[in-house]
Write a protein that binds this ligand. Structure first.
Ligand code: SF4
Length: 741
């Protein structure tokens, strides 16, 4: 802290998004008057969004007081109430719901990371006894995780290239230039300068792809076939790591049998990637060691094409011996500096005395369920007796089943929902169905907690104002979350007192917990909870944040499996995952076409001839957030549909024309952007659009139905992947100018 005559300079977390980069806050009269990047931090705020930090913190549309609905849901009539009234009333309703329908009737949905809000919510759910919760993973990268755990019992999704060490990186289904900000993209550029080869797998030539040595422009949704084609080359040409496979892998012959059915020439016909490029990519990846194969959000949105895609990537990492080697796919560290695993109380969920049922999708997608949590814990038990960090991903139900439970009470009713920092209507497929679920008379209680009124919050019964990163202390893993992915932590103090009546999400769960039988479990303040979490590290939170470098780093470790084996049932890498078998999945599945494609549904493709992808990240916005920030909106005012100039010409569409994008579920409007780096038969639609400047009342709901591509994407079982994730990419649509009605 530095003092001057008029202002105090404090450090804090950037308030704009959940990534929580570090800022210097100039405070005068208790108010933040200037916010800039903290130059002393490892993660100084540096993205384009951070320039709007002061606007975000003090935005006139921020939620500042607890609100209670006074009209019908969506009518936009609210009455200001006190926090105490809100907590009393919500707790009373929750208690009644639990008595009548059981603890599983309560659903908690989270969004972008928001301090300790997510872990506090999961902790509350585990103590309460409901396995019905999920967070932004369901429109992000969740599907990669169970596949990694199933094959090698570890996660490598946080791996980054090591400049000078990593010889090759495959960016597969991700665009870190846009999604990870300058800090997250720089290591790729540094590694390239030091000789790393970059292969990019993406239907579009993205900003990251422009740096590639080799770009594989595949047909959307066919990633699994491509992975199997590359494995075919690597195995047939003997380029796999024979020593590693012999010593550590089970199921190699079965894998060889499967990928033998995917010669490059055949894979070319499926994926549109020339066979020569498939061979080149496979050889480059397998012979340039160590090599990194990244996680990719796009692989998690492919519906029926999803499992072979995420599994195929795990198998590539494994047979090339790139697991847990420096510069390759390194394992995440268990969060041992903190008591995170104890404090989340997973055991309480497994053995909860009031819980009689698993989550609502266990019979359809058991890979996310209490049953899966128990099995993974059993498999990992010898190495990780307390399980692993981000275990919530083992429990999360599929969205489609959640809406069914809210609407139809099947397999059992969900009667209460919390939406915490999530604009669910915008974030997930088939927004109209989600809308119906939140409007349903069967739903007795909906509580939203957020920074701004959103289309989703507008349908709530109570809307609670949340603090932003400046207003709360933070203890976080990298990338802003406290989800248990790593053993790296940074701490930040509260830079300014919360404006108005904004509160931490933690306080909501603490207060509800204390009222509903969880007394003794909740520390009074967030700082106190952080002290408790930090006990294993032997440091208090206030001491951590007073350090010049308020971080805890684990020592780098590699090839941990040599001493202890892998955290699977067999202790080996399971190329044919036994846990899939135990949960009823085909353990080594063939590639499957997405449910809507020119191959799987040719009749539909006659009516909807273009292949639709969506949801590519953009630097300006984080998912559905930030549309109300003028500085950002000026730079990116409308959602864009990327279309190839040839196709656009054929359709009579020019740059900037308003166009309709139509699927069998309806149509939305965006503006055409003509780009060369997309196949003429493929279009890409921006996702997560709503218009905070439009009327908030139902039916407009801030223009949620105008441009949000997710509102016209299907969410049925055919359009979900093995973990129930929505099929947001690799679908069919048609496009036409708005005036062609
Ligand atoms: S990524 Fe998010 S937290 Fe980090 S600087 Fe940008 S807006 Fe701020």
């Amino acid at each position: 802290m530095r003092e001057s005559d008029k202002t105090t300079v404090r450090t804090g977390a950037c308030p704009v998004c959940g990534v929580g980069c570090h800022v210097e806050v100039h405070v005068s009269d208790g108010k933040a008057v200037r916010i800039k990047a903290d130059p002393k931090s490892f993660v100084p705020a540096s993205c384009v969004r951070s320039g709007a930090a002061l606007d975000y913190h003090g935005h006139p549309d921020r939620l500042n007081f607890p609100l209670k609905r006074s009209g019908s849901r969506g009518e936009g009539r609210w009455q200001q109430i006190s926090w105490e009234e809100a907590i009393d009333e919500i707790a009373g309703k929750l208690g009644a719901i639990r008595d009548k329908y059981g603890p599983e009737a309560v659903l908690v949905l989270g969004g972008s990371p928001h301090g300790a809000g997510d872990p506090a919510a999961w902790r509350w759910c585990n103590l309460w006894g409901t396995p019905n919760y999920f967070h932004l993973g369901k429109n992000c990268g969740e599907a990669e995780l169970p596949a990694e755990w199933a094959v090698y019992g570890e996660l490598t999704v946080m791996s980054m290239p090591a400049p000078g060490v990593t010889k090759c990186t495959i960016l597969w289904g991700c665009n870190p230039y846009e999604s990870r900000g300058p800090l997250g993209w720089q290591p790729f550029l540094d590694a390239k300068k030091q000789g790393m080869k970059l292969i990019v797998v993406d239907p579009r030539l993205t900003a990251s792809g422009r740096e590639a040595d080799l770009w594989l422009q595949l047909r959307p949704g066919t990633d699994g076939a491509l992975a199997f084609g590359m494995l075919n080359v690597i195995i047939n040409e003997g380029l796999y790591d024979r020593d590693f496979v012999d010593k550590w892998c089970l199921g190699f012959e079965e894998l060889k049998g499967l990928v033998g059915r995917y010669p490059p020439e055949k894979v070319e016909t499926i994926t549109w990637v020339p066979a020569a490029k498939i061979v080149e990519a496979a050889r480059t990846y397998a012979t340039s060691k160590p090599a990194l194969l990244t996680m990719g959000v796009a692989n998690c949105h492919l519906g029926k094409g999803g499992l072979s895609s995420v599994l195929g990537k795990c198998l590539l990492r494994a047979v090339t011996g790139n697991l847990d080697v420096e510069g390759g796919n390194c394992f995440g560290d268990v969060p041992e500096y903190t008591a995170f695993l104890d404090e989340l109380h997973w055991d309480k969920l497994i053995d909860h005395p009031l819980r009689t049922r698993d989550n609502v999708s266990v019979n359809i997608w058991p890979i996310g369920s209490v049953r899966a949590l128990k099995l993974f814990r059993e498999a990992m038990g010898k190495i990780y007796p307390k399980g692993c960090g981000p275990a919530h991903y083992m429990v999360e139900p599929g969205p489609s089943c959640v809406w069914t439970a809210m609407l139809e009470g099947k397999p059992y009713p969900i009667k209460a929902a919390f939406t915490q920092g999530t604009n669910t209507l915008c974030a997930l497929a088939n927004g109209k169905r989600i809308y119906q679920a939140f409007k349903s008379q069967n739903l007795d209680l909906h509580v939203a907690m957020d920074h701004f009124m959103t289309p989703t919050a507008q349908l709530a019964d109570y809307v609670l104002p949340a603090t932003d990163g400046l207003e709360r202390p933070d203890l976080q893993n990298p990338l802003g979350q406290l989800w248990g992915f790593t053993n790296t932590y940074s701490g930040r103090g509260q830079a300014v007192k919360p404006l108005y009546e904004r509160r931490d999400d933690y306080q909501l769960w603490r207060d509800l917990g204390n009222k509903l039988g969880q007394k003794g479990y909740w520390s009074d303040t967030l700082e106190d909870w952080f002290d408790k979490l930090l006990e294993p590290a032997g440091i208090a939170f206030r001491e951590l944040i007073s350090r010049d470098i308020p971080w805890l780093f684990p020592l780098p470790q590699h090839k941990r499996y040599e001493a202890r084996g892998f955290a699977t049932f067999s202790g080996k890498v399971e190329l044919v995952p036994s846990i899939f078998k135990r949960l009823g999945y085909e353990p080594l599945p063939d590639y499957e076409e997405p449910a809507w494609s020119p191959v799987s549904s040719p009749e539909l493709a006659k009516e909807y001839p273009l292949i639709l992808i969506s949801g590519g990240r953009v630097r300006n916005y984080h998912h559905s957030a930030h549309r109300q920030l003028t500085k950002l909106r000026r730079r990116y005012p409308y959602p864009l549909l990327q279309i190839h100039p040839e196709m656009a010409k054929g359709l009579g569409i020019s740059e900037g024309d308003p166009v309709y994008i139509e699927t069998p579920l309806g149509r939305i409007r965006q503006k055409a952007q003509l780009v060369e780096g997309i196949h003429p038969q493929v279009v890409h639609a921006d996702a997560y659009w709503w218009y905070p400047e439009q009327p908030g009342m139902d039916p407009c709901l801030f223009g949620i139905w105008d441009s949000n591509i997710n509102s016209i994407l299907p969410d049925d079982l055919e359009h979900s992947d093995y973990a129930g994730n929505n099929n947001l990419r690799g679908l069919l649509c048609r496009v036409y100018r708005v005036n062609e009605l």
